[in-house]
Design a protein around this ligand. Structure first.
Ligand code: HEM
Ligand SMILES: *[C@@H]1O[C@H](CO)[C@@H](O)[C@H](O)[C@H]1NC(C)=O
Ligand SMILES: *[C@@H]1O[C@H](CO)[C@@H](O)[C@H](O)[C@H]1NC(C)=O
Length: 471
């Protein structure tokens, strides 16, 4: 993400050329019954990848939508693809016809995370893994984590205070990583946590770089770090088999799980899913929290309202001498609307990819087998038919429940985010301690967006924090 833009485009084009050559080999003509959706496939080879990456993607998609409507074809990142911009179409792909569309990721990314991670799968294995992940992130399980998450939020905030400039996004990432590790693996020795953190950050850097086996490249380094992660996790698994912990975290659930034949999961399946959940948990939550700080900073009246709500809870907890409870976090309506509006405005998962496993017909249009399908969440979230004056940050719009399938920050259907309750708990806890005990100032006057690869405030929102004594 720190790379120069031009270099990145060159890589994208190279990637596109390679995949195009590969795709041509196993392309076959769909039989003509229904017609393909409208749209332009762009230039030969490169398709419309350049257009997608050389301007704000929202603008790119929105102009297509104006021109072609709720469903249109295009060609990006080496793949023919159908984009969907209506709630009905998203529901069709993600919920009602979910068996016709499988998740799809580039092989290079799949192998870094670990091919057995649940989100690469569809069917029985996915259902089995998903149950385990969901159980360990359910409200019942999260109740037991509130105190620990609160302690992590306080310690993070204290470390920011003092008026030095911090990179808000980077700091939020540290926080969401700590929380993620704790939810998944419970208590760890400090050296184990450090080794996981350092090696994981190398994997992450490689994930967003050009995949090549050349030694010394970020991708190659990431592969090596990923192997070390497996080793570290294998050590942790070995210890856990000897000394079971008292609580039940995701690792315990994974170790206990047996299939119909009585078979346990193997170590690769366990570590791929641990890395996968951690991966899904960190940047997503961190970027939304960074946006929340931006939006609150930009609207002092709103900030006052959130402060009043949180101060009342703080005071009922005897100025913070009592811990925040799960029930209290469920009872922060103003803060909750700020979170929802931040999720809508920032739409950090702007779209997702699926692949048609058969020729599929939707409203008279053909989606050929093998084509990618992309529900465009950001367009739906920014459509004035569903959200009046969509570019305006206005939490009060959530006083009324959004119409079905118009608000999907956590996706929908069989792959919908199982971590959404944890993500919200982190945000509530962070906002509670931030606004009751700290003030902050954003450094610099620019207010743009940066893609890293999720949209985040420019430069990760450099900011200064001070602890204020409560009146
Ligand atoms: C604000 C923060 C978050 C956002 C916006 C978010 C968003 C999403 C979305 C849109 C999906 C669906 C992807 C798809 O259908 O292809 C998803 C899936 C997933 N998320 Fe989250 N997520 C967040 C936080 C978390 C956290 C904290 C965790 C775990 C602790 C997590 C774990 C997962 C997992 C494991 C999946 C894959 C589920 C499956 O394939 O069955 N996410 N997330
Ligand atoms: C990665 O993990 C290994 C243990 O497998 C550890 O020795 C090393 O210090 C960790 N950190 C880095 C940056 O490689
Ligand atoms: C939390 O809320 C639930 C439902 O609103 C209630 O049944 C429960 O008694 C509350 N727990 C505490 C500790 O206040």
């Amino acid at each position: 993400m720190e790379k120069s833009g031009v270099f990145y485009y060159v890589l994208v084009i190279l990637d596109t050329l390679l995949s195009y050559i590969f795709l041509r080999r196993n392309k076959r003509k769909p039989q003509k019954r229904a017609k393909l959706p409208p749209g332009s496939m762009g230039w030969p080879l490169v398709g419309e990848t350049l257009q997608l990456y050389s301007q704000d993607p929202t603008v790119f998609f929105a102009s297509k939508q104006r021109r072609y409507g709720e469903i249109f074809k295009t060609h990006v990142l080496g793949c023919p693809c159908v984009m969907l911009t209506s709630p009905e179409a998203a529901r069709f792909v993600l919920v009602t016809q979910t068996h016709l569309f499988k998740p799809t990721y580039p092989k290079s990314k799949e192998s870094l995370i670990g091919p057995s991670a649940l989100f690469f799968h569809q069917g029985d294995y996915h259902i089995r893994m998903r149950k385990l992940v969901q159980a360990s992130l359910s409200p019942e399980a999260l109740r037991n984590l509130v105190a620990d998450i609160e302690a992590m939020a306080i310690s993070a905030l204290d470390s920011w205070a003092g008026g030095h400039v911090i990179n808000t996004f980077h700091e939020m990432k540290k926080f969401s990583f700590e929380v993620g590790i704790h939810a998944i693996l419970g208590h760890l020795e400090p050296h184990q946590r450090e080794d996981l953190k350092k090696n994981y950050s190398i994997v992450e850097r490689g994930y967003n770089s050009f995949p090549t086996n050349l030694p010394g490249t970020p991708y190659k380094k990431a592969q090596l770090a990923r192997k070390r992660l497996s080793k570290i996790l294998s050590g942790i698994i070995g210890e856990r088999k000897e000394y079971r912990s008292i609580g039940k975290d995701l690792l315990d659930s994974l170790l206990d799980s047996k299939d119909d034949k009585g078979e346990f999961l193997n170590e690769d399946q366990i570590s791929d899913n641990i890395i996968g959940v951690l991966f899904a948990a960190q940047d997503t939550t961190a970027s939304v929290m960074t946006w929340i700080l931006r939006y609150l900073y930009d609207d002092s009246k709103l900030l006052e309202a959130v402060k009043a709500e949180q101060k009342a809870i703080y005071q009922s907890n005897r100025e913070g001498h009592q811990q925040l409870t799960w029930n209290q976090t469920r009872n922060m309506p103003i803060t909750y609307r700020v979170i929802q509006e931040s999720l809508r405005m920032a739409s950090i998962i702007s779209f997702i990819f699926r692949e048609a496993v058969a020729d599929v017909e939707y409203k008279g249009y053909l989606i050929p087998k093998g084509w990618k399908v992309m529900p465009l969440f950001r367009n739906i979230h920014h459509n004035p038919d569903f959200f009046a004056d969509p570019q305006k940050f206005d939490p009060s719009r959530f006083e009324v429940k959004p119409k079905p399938y118009t608000f999907m920050p956590f996706g929908s259907g069989v792959h919908a985010c199982p971590g959404n309750e944890l993500a919200k708990l982190e945000m509530f806890t962070m906002v509670h301690h931030l606004v009751t005990k700290f003030r902050w100032e954003v450094v610099g006057s620019q207010s743009g967006i940066q893609y890293g690869p999720f949209p985040i405030p420019l430069l990760g929102l450099p900011a200064k924090f001070w602890k204020v004594s409560t009146p």
